[in-house]
Design a protein around this ligand. Structure first.
Ligand SMILES: [Zn+2]
Length: 265
């Protein structure tokens, strides 16, 4: 089954936790975008699959699958409400105080590298002139399972404005690995992506959102500049660019849920 081994990638985002984060020491004033040295308020939405759920959809995938029609309405709502999707390069520059962000910046992310990111999501994203990033498991690319993206589709995604990041080689919990295994998961996935796509890859998503200080240090040594977690929130600490927070979008989120999440954040 396509989703074997892919257990749920993160903890549920509690709106109360998001609200709490917004009122903590970093504070709302310090979080104004463009202010350097503190935190940036940038919602990073976490999607997995965009597809129609059928009786054949594995139970484990259902909660992580957003219907194409709902996804289309979410993008239209973001567009209508002035949100501007930004690239990883823009986010990195802003975190490093080397560039300002547009008003209401937002990042769209897709974990696990399912083929429906290309077949279902990318045309809608391109239609709105938006950006996004797909974090792929390199061991599953062109590996025979049609549920996952292929190397030609990765190239096609890039042409549609969707960046590619690493979700490691085999989607293991990085905190449980030996130093050597950890290095391989991080470095080999980056190297194969760079070789195939022909440019540097500096963006990472931790499988299951699992990370600790050792994993972060190893990711930094492996050449990553930004990494997303599954910790709920949208207040990005500029001193911790390898521990970015995200807001999880589920099948049940819909447009109202997305609006509420962003209003609370
Ligand atoms: Zn994952």
């Amino acid at each position: 089954m396509a989703t074997n081994g892919l257990r749920s990638c993160c903890f549920l985002v509690a709106l109360t936790a998001v609200s709490f984060a917004a009122s903590t020491a970093h504070g709302t004033a310090a979080a104004r975008n463009g202010a350097c040295g503190g935190a940036l308020r940038v919602p990073i939405l976490m999607y997995h699959r965009i597809n129609v759920v059928t009786k054949h959809t594995p139970a484990i995938s259902r909660r992580l699958t957003v219907a194409p029609a709902v996804f289309a309405r979410q993008l239209a709502w973001l567009d209508r409400n002035g949100y501007r999707t930004i690239t990883q390069g823009q986010l990195l520059a802003a975190i490093g105080c080397r560039g300002a962000l547009p008003p209401k910046p937002i990042v769209l992310t897709f974990d696990d590298g399912y083929a429906d990111v290309f077949f279902r999501a990318s045309t809608l994203i391109a239609h709105h002139g938006m950006h996004a990033i797909a974090y792929v498991i390199t061991g599953r690319i062109s590996a025979g399972d049609p549920s996952f993206l292929t190397w030609p589709l990765l190239t096609a995604l890039e042409r549609r404005g969707i960046e590619i990041g690493s979700h490691t080689v085999s989607h293991r919990d990085l905190t449980t690995l030996s130093d050597r295994e950890l290095r391989t998961e991080l470095l080999e996935s980056r190297r194969v992506l760079e070789r195939r796509l022909g440019h540097p890859i500096r963006w990472l998503a931790y499988p299951f959102g699992a990370y600790d200080a050792r994993v972060v240090a190893s990711a930094r040594r492996a050449g990553y500049r930004l990494a997303v977690t599954t910790r709920g929130g949208d207040l990005q600490d500029v001193h911790r660019p390898l521990e970015l927070e995200r807001l999880r979008v589920l099948d049940s989120t819909g447009v109202k849920g997305l609006a509420a999440m962003l209003a609370a954040a």
